[in-house]
Design a protein around this ligand. Structure first.
Ligand SMILES: *[C@@H]1O[C@H](CO)[C@@H](O)[C@H](O)[C@H]1NC(C)=O
Ligand SMILES: *[C@@H]1O[C@H](CO)[C@@H](O)[C@H](O)[C@H]1NC(C)=O
Ligand SMILES: *[C@@H]1O[C@H](CO)[C@@H](O)[C@H](O)[C@H]1NC(C)=O
Length: 397
Protein backbone atom coordinates (compact mmCIF):
# COMPACT_ATOMS: atom_id res chain seq x y z
CA UNK A 1 0.00 0.00 0.00
CA UNK A 2 2.66 2.47 1.07
CA UNK A 3 4.73 1.61 -1.91
CA UNK A 4 1.94 2.09 -4.37
CA UNK A 5 1.06 5.43 -2.73
CA UNK A 6 4.67 6.55 -3.09
CA UNK A 7 4.61 5.41 -6.65
CA UNK A 8 1.45 7.42 -7.25
CA UNK A 9 3.07 10.55 -5.83
CA UNK A 10 6.14 9.97 -7.90
CA UNK A 11 4.10 9.64 -11.10
CA UNK A 12 2.01 12.70 -10.22
CA UNK A 13 5.02 14.84 -9.49
CA UNK A 14 6.77 13.64 -12.65
CA UNK A 15 3.64 14.56 -14.56
CA UNK A 16 3.55 17.96 -12.85
CA UNK A 17 7.17 18.69 -13.69
CA UNK A 18 6.69 17.47 -17.22
CA UNK A 19 3.65 19.68 -17.84
CA UNK A 20 5.27 22.75 -16.33
CA UNK A 21 8.34 22.01 -18.46
CA UNK A 22 6.11 21.89 -21.54
CA UNK A 23 4.37 25.15 -20.65
CA UNK A 24 7.72 26.84 -20.00
CA UNK A 25 8.86 25.62 -23.41
CA UNK A 26 5.70 26.99 -25.01
CA UNK A 27 6.05 30.34 -23.25
CA UNK A 28 9.68 30.63 -24.27
CA UNK A 29 9.13 29.46 -27.81
CA UNK A 30 6.43 31.66 -29.22
CA UNK A 31 4.55 30.71 -32.35
CA UNK A 32 3.59 33.34 -34.87
CA UNK A 33 0.68 32.24 -36.98
CA UNK A 34 0.65 34.14 -40.28
CA UNK A 35 -3.15 34.28 -40.09
CA UNK A 36 -2.82 36.40 -36.93
CA UNK A 37 -0.95 38.89 -39.11
CA UNK A 38 -3.69 39.03 -41.70
CA UNK A 39 -2.80 36.19 -44.07
CA UNK A 40 -5.84 34.66 -45.81
CA UNK A 41 -5.71 31.08 -47.01
CA UNK A 42 -7.87 31.66 -50.10
CA UNK A 43 -5.02 31.85 -52.62
CA UNK A 44 -6.24 35.26 -53.79
CA UNK A 45 -5.44 37.81 -51.10
CA UNK A 46 -1.88 39.12 -51.13
CA UNK A 47 -0.26 37.70 -47.99
CA UNK A 48 3.22 39.17 -48.49
CA UNK A 49 2.96 41.75 -45.73
CA UNK A 50 1.43 39.27 -43.28
CA UNK A 51 4.37 36.88 -43.80
CA UNK A 52 6.88 39.71 -43.45
CA UNK A 53 5.18 40.89 -40.24
CA UNK A 54 5.35 37.38 -38.77
CA UNK A 55 9.02 37.29 -39.75
CA UNK A 56 9.59 40.65 -38.08
CA UNK A 57 7.93 39.43 -34.88
CA UNK A 58 9.99 36.21 -34.81
CA UNK A 59 13.14 38.24 -35.43
CA UNK A 60 12.42 40.57 -32.53
CA UNK A 61 12.63 37.70 -30.04
CA UNK A 62 15.86 35.97 -29.08
CA UNK A 63 14.15 32.73 -27.98
CA UNK A 64 13.62 30.03 -30.59
CA UNK A 65 10.42 30.90 -32.46
CA UNK A 66 8.08 29.25 -34.90
CA UNK A 67 6.28 30.90 -37.78
CA UNK A 68 3.27 28.77 -38.58
CA UNK A 69 1.46 28.60 -41.90
CA UNK A 70 -1.83 26.65 -41.55
CA UNK A 71 -3.28 24.58 -44.42
CA UNK A 72 -4.61 26.52 -47.39
CA UNK A 73 -3.22 28.56 -50.26
CA UNK A 74 -1.36 31.82 -49.69
CA UNK A 75 -0.63 34.24 -52.50
CA UNK A 76 2.77 35.88 -52.12
CA UNK A 77 4.66 38.43 -54.21
CA UNK A 78 8.41 38.91 -53.83
CA UNK A 79 9.06 38.35 -50.15
CA UNK A 80 12.51 39.17 -48.85
CA UNK A 81 13.30 37.84 -45.39
CA UNK A 82 16.30 39.73 -44.22
CA UNK A 83 18.49 38.69 -41.35
CA UNK A 84 20.27 42.00 -40.98
CA UNK A 85 17.93 43.24 -38.23
CA UNK A 86 17.08 39.78 -36.93
CA UNK A 87 18.01 38.99 -33.32
CA UNK A 88 16.83 35.40 -33.58
CA UNK A 89 19.13 32.56 -34.60
CA UNK A 90 16.54 29.75 -34.33
CA UNK A 91 13.47 30.41 -36.44
CA UNK A 92 11.40 27.48 -37.60
CA UNK A 93 8.93 28.05 -40.40
CA UNK A 94 6.39 25.25 -40.30
CA UNK A 95 4.25 25.19 -43.41
CA UNK A 96 1.14 23.06 -43.71
CA UNK A 97 -0.11 25.04 -46.69
CA UNK A 98 0.90 26.06 -50.21
CA UNK A 99 2.56 29.35 -51.07
CA UNK A 100 1.49 30.48 -54.53
CA UNK A 101 3.21 32.98 -56.83
CA UNK A 102 1.08 35.47 -58.80
CA UNK A 103 -0.14 34.01 -62.09
CA UNK A 104 1.18 37.06 -63.99
CA UNK A 105 4.86 36.20 -64.26
CA UNK A 106 5.87 39.85 -64.53
CA UNK A 107 4.80 40.36 -60.92
CA UNK A 108 7.85 38.46 -59.60
CA UNK A 109 9.79 37.50 -62.72
CA UNK A 110 12.01 40.57 -62.89
CA UNK A 111 13.40 40.36 -59.38
CA UNK A 112 15.54 37.24 -59.45
CA UNK A 113 13.99 35.61 -56.41
CA UNK A 114 10.46 35.04 -55.28
CA UNK A 115 11.07 34.03 -51.64
CA UNK A 116 14.49 35.28 -50.61
CA UNK A 117 16.34 34.81 -47.34
CA UNK A 118 19.43 36.94 -46.96
CA UNK A 119 21.98 37.01 -44.14
CA UNK A 120 19.90 34.77 -41.93
CA UNK A 121 21.24 32.29 -39.37
CA UNK A 122 19.47 29.20 -38.06
CA UNK A 123 16.37 29.21 -40.24
CA UNK A 124 14.55 25.87 -40.66
CA UNK A 125 11.70 25.29 -43.06
CA UNK A 126 9.56 22.23 -42.39
CA UNK A 127 7.02 21.03 -44.90
CA UNK A 128 5.18 23.29 -47.30
CA UNK A 129 4.59 23.47 -51.01
CA UNK A 130 5.86 26.32 -53.18
CA UNK A 131 4.02 26.83 -56.44
CA UNK A 132 5.97 29.18 -58.71
CA UNK A 133 3.27 29.13 -61.45
CA UNK A 134 6.01 29.15 -64.06
CA UNK A 135 4.06 27.76 -67.05
CA UNK A 136 3.24 31.11 -68.68
CA UNK A 137 6.83 32.29 -68.42
CA UNK A 138 8.17 29.04 -69.94
CA UNK A 139 5.70 29.43 -72.81
CA UNK A 140 6.96 32.98 -73.33
CA UNK A 141 10.60 31.78 -73.30
CA UNK A 142 9.87 28.87 -75.61
CA UNK A 143 8.17 31.16 -78.11
CA UNK A 144 11.40 33.18 -78.42
CA UNK A 145 9.71 36.36 -77.25
CA UNK A 146 11.40 38.86 -74.99
CA UNK A 147 10.55 37.67 -71.49
CA UNK A 148 11.83 38.41 -68.02
CA UNK A 149 14.51 36.03 -66.76
CA UNK A 150 12.19 34.64 -64.09
CA UNK A 151 12.52 34.25 -60.36
CA UNK A 152 14.11 31.50 -58.29
CA UNK A 153 11.38 30.17 -56.02
CA UNK A 154 13.40 29.88 -52.81
CA UNK A 155 16.78 31.56 -52.46
CA UNK A 156 19.22 31.63 -49.55
CA UNK A 157 22.02 34.18 -49.81
CA UNK A 158 24.91 34.65 -47.39
CA UNK A 159 23.22 32.61 -44.69
CA UNK A 160 24.34 30.02 -42.16
CA UNK A 161 22.88 26.90 -40.56
CA UNK A 162 19.90 26.41 -42.81
CA UNK A 163 17.63 23.40 -42.68
CA UNK A 164 14.95 22.47 -45.19
CA UNK A 165 12.97 19.32 -44.54
CA UNK A 166 9.95 18.05 -46.44
CA UNK A 167 9.59 20.97 -48.81
CA UNK A 168 7.87 20.51 -52.18
CA UNK A 169 8.61 22.96 -54.98
CA UNK A 170 6.56 22.82 -58.16
CA UNK A 171 6.71 24.76 -61.41
CA UNK A 172 9.26 27.36 -60.52
CA UNK A 173 9.75 30.14 -63.07
CA UNK A 174 13.51 29.56 -62.93
CA UNK A 175 15.65 27.67 -60.37
CA UNK A 176 13.56 25.99 -57.69
CA UNK A 177 16.06 26.35 -54.82
CA UNK A 178 19.26 28.39 -54.68
CA UNK A 179 21.97 28.21 -52.02
CA UNK A 180 24.51 30.99 -52.62
CA UNK A 181 27.17 32.26 -50.23
CA UNK A 182 26.03 29.98 -47.41
CA UNK A 183 27.68 27.80 -44.78
CA UNK A 184 26.01 24.65 -43.48
CA UNK A 185 22.76 24.02 -45.25
CA UNK A 186 20.86 20.77 -44.86
CA UNK A 187 18.25 19.91 -47.46
CA UNK A 188 16.38 16.67 -46.79
CA UNK A 189 13.22 15.10 -48.18
CA UNK A 190 12.94 17.78 -50.82
CA UNK A 191 10.71 17.19 -53.84
CA UNK A 192 11.06 19.27 -56.93
CA UNK A 193 8.76 18.91 -59.87
CA UNK A 194 8.34 20.68 -63.19
CA UNK A 195 7.87 19.38 -66.73
CA UNK A 196 10.90 17.97 -68.56
CA UNK A 197 10.69 20.73 -71.16
CA UNK A 198 10.47 23.70 -68.78
CA UNK A 199 13.48 25.96 -69.50
CA UNK A 200 16.06 26.90 -66.82
CA UNK A 201 14.17 25.19 -64.02
CA UNK A 202 17.22 23.77 -62.21
CA UNK A 203 16.21 21.83 -59.11
CA UNK A 204 18.83 22.91 -56.58
CA UNK A 205 21.69 25.23 -57.45
CA UNK A 206 24.62 25.53 -55.04
CA UNK A 207 27.48 28.01 -55.37
CA UNK A 208 29.98 29.92 -53.21
CA UNK A 209 28.85 27.70 -50.36
CA UNK A 210 30.44 25.21 -48.00
CA UNK A 211 28.92 22.36 -46.01
CA UNK A 212 25.74 21.85 -48.03
CA UNK A 213 24.08 18.43 -47.85
CA UNK A 214 21.20 17.27 -50.02
CA UNK A 215 19.68 13.96 -48.93
CA UNK A 216 16.70 11.70 -49.65
CA UNK A 217 15.37 13.98 -52.34
CA UNK A 218 13.60 13.66 -55.65
CA UNK A 219 14.04 16.10 -58.50
CA UNK A 220 12.06 15.96 -61.74
CA UNK A 221 12.53 19.08 -63.81
CA UNK A 222 13.51 20.68 -67.14
CA UNK A 223 17.14 21.53 -66.38
CA UNK A 224 19.84 20.23 -64.02
CA UNK A 225 18.53 18.28 -61.03
CA UNK A 226 21.41 19.71 -59.03
CA UNK A 227 23.79 22.28 -60.47
CA UNK A 228 27.02 23.19 -58.79
CA UNK A 229 28.59 26.55 -59.45
CA UNK A 230 31.90 28.25 -58.61
CA UNK A 231 33.05 28.19 -55.00
CA UNK A 232 31.09 25.12 -53.89
CA UNK A 233 33.01 22.98 -51.41
CA UNK A 234 32.27 20.16 -48.97
CA UNK A 235 29.06 19.34 -50.77
CA UNK A 236 27.36 16.02 -50.02
CA UNK A 237 24.53 14.59 -52.11
CA UNK A 238 23.07 11.23 -51.08
CA UNK A 239 19.95 9.31 -52.05
CA UNK A 240 18.81 11.41 -54.94
CA UNK A 241 16.36 10.43 -57.64
CA UNK A 242 16.80 12.56 -60.76
CA UNK A 243 14.63 12.60 -63.87
CA UNK A 244 13.42 13.99 -66.04
CA UNK A 245 16.15 16.60 -66.06
CA UNK A 246 19.73 17.24 -67.15
CA UNK A 247 21.38 15.26 -64.35
CA UNK A 248 23.87 16.52 -61.80
CA UNK A 249 26.19 19.12 -63.23
CA UNK A 250 29.35 20.67 -61.87
CA UNK A 251 29.29 23.79 -64.01
CA UNK A 252 29.18 25.55 -66.20
CA UNK A 253 32.44 26.80 -64.74
CA UNK A 254 35.23 28.92 -66.09
CA UNK A 255 33.29 31.81 -67.55
CA UNK A 256 35.38 34.24 -65.53
CA UNK A 257 39.15 34.56 -65.63
CA UNK A 258 39.27 34.69 -61.85
CA UNK A 259 36.91 32.15 -60.40
CA UNK A 260 36.59 30.20 -57.15
CA UNK A 261 37.10 26.46 -57.60
CA UNK A 262 34.86 23.51 -56.75
CA UNK A 263 36.29 21.13 -54.19
CA UNK A 264 35.28 18.03 -52.20
CA UNK A 265 31.98 17.01 -53.76
CA UNK A 266 30.40 13.62 -53.03
CA UNK A 267 27.46 12.21 -54.96
CA UNK A 268 26.50 8.90 -53.43
CA UNK A 269 23.58 6.58 -54.21
CA UNK A 270 21.63 8.30 -56.94
CA UNK A 271 19.37 7.14 -59.75
CA UNK A 272 19.08 8.95 -63.05
CA UNK A 273 16.07 8.12 -65.20
CA UNK A 274 15.89 9.26 -68.81
CA UNK A 275 18.02 12.31 -68.13
CA UNK A 276 20.07 14.30 -70.64
CA UNK A 277 23.22 13.61 -68.61
CA UNK A 278 24.13 11.55 -65.60
CA UNK A 279 27.05 13.15 -63.81
CA UNK A 280 28.67 15.96 -65.73
CA UNK A 281 31.52 18.38 -65.30
CA UNK A 282 31.21 21.24 -67.75
CA UNK A 283 33.53 24.18 -68.31
CA UNK A 284 33.54 27.00 -70.80
CA UNK A 285 36.29 26.91 -73.42
CA UNK A 286 37.69 30.14 -72.02
CA UNK A 287 40.75 31.09 -70.00
CA UNK A 288 40.14 30.82 -66.25
CA UNK A 289 42.02 30.03 -63.07
CA UNK A 290 39.15 27.88 -61.76
CA UNK A 291 39.44 24.22 -60.76
CA UNK A 292 37.47 21.12 -59.87
CA UNK A 293 39.13 18.68 -57.49
CA UNK A 294 38.36 15.82 -55.12
CA UNK A 295 35.04 14.61 -56.49
CA UNK A 296 33.52 11.20 -55.78
CA UNK A 297 30.63 9.74 -57.78
CA UNK A 298 29.65 6.46 -56.12
CA UNK A 299 26.82 3.89 -56.37
CA UNK A 300 24.96 5.44 -59.28
CA UNK A 301 22.29 3.78 -61.39
CA UNK A 302 21.68 5.06 -64.92
CA UNK A 303 18.40 4.22 -66.64
CA UNK A 304 18.45 5.19 -70.30
CA UNK A 305 20.64 8.25 -69.72
CA UNK A 306 22.10 10.15 -72.66
CA UNK A 307 25.58 10.92 -71.32
CA UNK A 308 25.93 8.92 -68.12
CA UNK A 309 29.52 9.99 -67.41
CA UNK A 310 30.78 13.16 -69.07
CA UNK A 311 33.44 15.81 -68.69
CA UNK A 312 33.00 18.55 -71.27
CA UNK A 313 35.68 21.22 -71.25
CA UNK A 314 34.80 22.53 -74.66
CA UNK A 315 31.49 24.12 -73.81
CA UNK A 316 30.89 27.01 -76.17
CA UNK A 317 27.36 27.12 -77.54
CA UNK A 318 27.17 28.59 -81.05
CA UNK A 319 30.96 29.10 -80.89
CA UNK A 320 30.40 32.44 -79.27
CA UNK A 321 32.23 34.06 -76.36
CA UNK A 322 35.21 31.72 -76.42
CA UNK A 323 37.99 33.94 -77.82
CA UNK A 324 40.92 31.63 -77.11
CA UNK A 325 39.17 28.25 -77.36
CA UNK A 326 40.32 26.01 -74.53
CA UNK A 327 39.31 25.87 -70.90
CA UNK A 328 41.67 27.01 -68.19
CA UNK A 329 39.79 25.07 -65.51
CA UNK A 330 41.97 22.31 -64.04
CA UNK A 331 40.09 19.10 -63.26
CA UNK A 332 41.76 16.57 -60.97
CA UNK A 333 41.00 13.63 -58.68
CA UNK A 334 37.54 12.72 -59.93
CA UNK A 335 36.51 9.18 -58.98
CA UNK A 336 33.70 7.09 -60.47
CA UNK A 337 32.91 4.00 -58.37
CA UNK A 338 30.12 1.48 -58.97
CA UNK A 339 28.29 3.16 -61.79
CA UNK A 340 26.01 0.89 -63.75
CA UNK A 341 22.96 0.78 -65.97
CA UNK A 342 21.97 1.81 -69.45
CA UNK A 343 23.14 4.58 -71.70
CA UNK A 344 20.84 6.08 -74.34
CA UNK A 345 23.87 7.09 -76.42
CA UNK A 346 26.66 4.89 -77.74
CA UNK A 347 29.35 6.93 -75.99
CA UNK A 348 28.56 6.23 -72.37
CA UNK A 349 31.79 7.59 -70.92
CA UNK A 350 33.21 10.79 -72.36
CA UNK A 351 36.18 12.74 -71.05
CA UNK A 352 36.68 15.73 -73.33
CA UNK A 353 39.28 17.64 -71.35
CA UNK A 354 41.20 20.82 -71.97
CA UNK A 355 44.28 20.66 -74.15
CA UNK A 356 45.78 23.52 -72.14
CA UNK A 357 45.14 21.91 -68.76
CA UNK A 358 44.47 18.18 -69.18
CA UNK A 359 42.38 16.30 -66.62
CA UNK A 360 44.41 14.25 -64.16
CA UNK A 361 43.61 11.66 -61.54
CA UNK A 362 40.41 10.40 -63.17
CA UNK A 363 39.67 7.02 -61.62
CA UNK A 364 37.17 4.42 -62.78
CA UNK A 365 36.31 1.46 -60.57
CA UNK A 366 33.44 -0.95 -61.24
CA UNK A 367 31.73 0.84 -64.07
CA UNK A 368 29.32 -1.12 -66.25
CA UNK A 369 27.23 0.79 -68.75
CA UNK A 370 25.47 -0.78 -71.70
CA UNK A 371 23.92 0.68 -74.82
CA UNK A 372 20.88 -1.13 -76.22
CA UNK A 373 22.32 -4.46 -75.06
CA UNK A 374 25.40 -3.74 -77.13
CA UNK A 375 28.75 -2.59 -75.83
CA UNK A 376 28.84 1.13 -75.24
CA UNK A 377 32.01 3.07 -76.03
CA UNK A 378 34.27 5.48 -74.20
CA UNK A 379 35.98 8.53 -75.58
CA UNK A 380 38.93 10.42 -74.12
CA UNK A 381 40.81 13.58 -74.99
CA UNK A 382 43.52 15.01 -72.75
CA UNK A 383 42.40 12.81 -69.85
CA UNK A 384 44.76 10.96 -67.54
CA UNK A 385 43.99 8.48 -64.79
CA UNK A 386 43.49 4.82 -63.94
CA UNK A 387 40.86 2.08 -64.12
CA UNK A 388 40.27 -0.79 -61.68
CA UNK A 389 37.87 -3.71 -61.49
CA UNK A 390 35.30 -4.27 -64.19
CA UNK A 391 35.16 -1.23 -66.42
CA UNK A 392 32.76 -1.35 -69.37
CA UNK A 393 33.07 0.27 -71.81
CA UNK A 394 36.82 -0.31 -71.41
CA UNK A 395 38.70 2.68 -70.23
CA UNK A 396 40.39 5.01 -72.68
CA UNK A 397 42.34 6.84 -69.97
C1 LIG B 1 12.11 44.24 -57.40
O1 LIG B 1 13.02 44.88 -58.24
C2 LIG B 1 12.73 46.26 -58.47
C3 LIG B 1 13.70 46.77 -59.50
O2 LIG B 1 15.02 46.36 -59.20
C4 LIG B 1 12.83 47.01 -57.15
O3 LIG B 1 12.51 48.34 -57.35
C5 LIG B 1 11.87 46.39 -56.16
O4 LIG B 1 12.03 46.98 -54.91
C6 LIG B 1 12.13 44.91 -56.04
N1 LIG B 1 11.12 44.29 -55.20
C7 LIG B 1 11.39 43.93 -53.98
C8 LIG B 1 10.29 43.26 -53.26
O5 LIG B 1 12.46 44.13 -53.46
C1 LIG C 1 34.55 16.97 -47.43
O1 LIG C 1 33.20 17.31 -47.20
C2 LIG C 1 32.57 16.54 -46.22
C3 LIG C 1 31.13 16.99 -46.14
O2 LIG C 1 30.55 16.91 -47.39
C4 LIG C 1 33.26 16.69 -44.89
O3 LIG C 1 32.67 15.85 -43.95
C5 LIG C 1 34.72 16.34 -45.04
O4 LIG C 1 35.40 16.62 -43.84
C6 LIG C 1 35.34 17.18 -46.15
N1 LIG C 1 36.71 16.73 -46.37
C7 LIG C 1 37.72 17.58 -46.34
C8 LIG C 1 39.06 17.00 -46.59
O5 LIG C 1 37.57 18.78 -46.12
C1 LIG D 1 27.17 -5.48 -67.00
O1 LIG D 1 25.79 -5.19 -67.02
C2 LIG D 1 25.06 -6.06 -67.87
C3 LIG D 1 23.65 -5.54 -67.94
O2 LIG D 1 23.12 -5.30 -66.67
C4 LIG D 1 25.14 -7.47 -67.32
O3 LIG D 1 24.44 -8.35 -68.16
C5 LIG D 1 26.60 -7.88 -67.25
O4 LIG D 1 26.71 -9.16 -66.65
C6 LIG D 1 27.41 -6.89 -66.47
N1 LIG D 1 28.81 -7.22 -66.59
C7 LIG D 1 29.60 -7.36 -65.54
C8 LIG D 1 31.01 -7.79 -65.84
O5 LIG D 1 29.26 -7.14 -64.40
Amino acid sequence: MAISRMFQILILSLFYYYSSYISVLAANNPTYNVQSYGAKSNGKSDCTNAFLSAWGAACASTAPATIYVPPGRYLLRNAYFSGSLCKNTAITIRIDGTLVAPSDYNAIGKNGSWLKFERVTGVSIYGGTLDGQGANLWACKNSGKNCPKGATSLAFYNSNNIRINGLVSVNSQMFHILVDGCRNANLVNVRVSAPGNSPNTDGIHVQQSSGVTIMNSHVATGDDCVSIGPGASNLWIENLACGPGHGISIGSLGWDMKEAGVQNVTVKTATFSGTENGVRVKTWARPSNGFVRDVLFQHLVMVNVQNPVIIDQNYCPNHQNCPHQGSGVKISNVRYEDIHGTSATQVAVKFDCSEMRPCSGIRLDEVNLTFRDKPATASCANAGGTADGVVKPSSCL
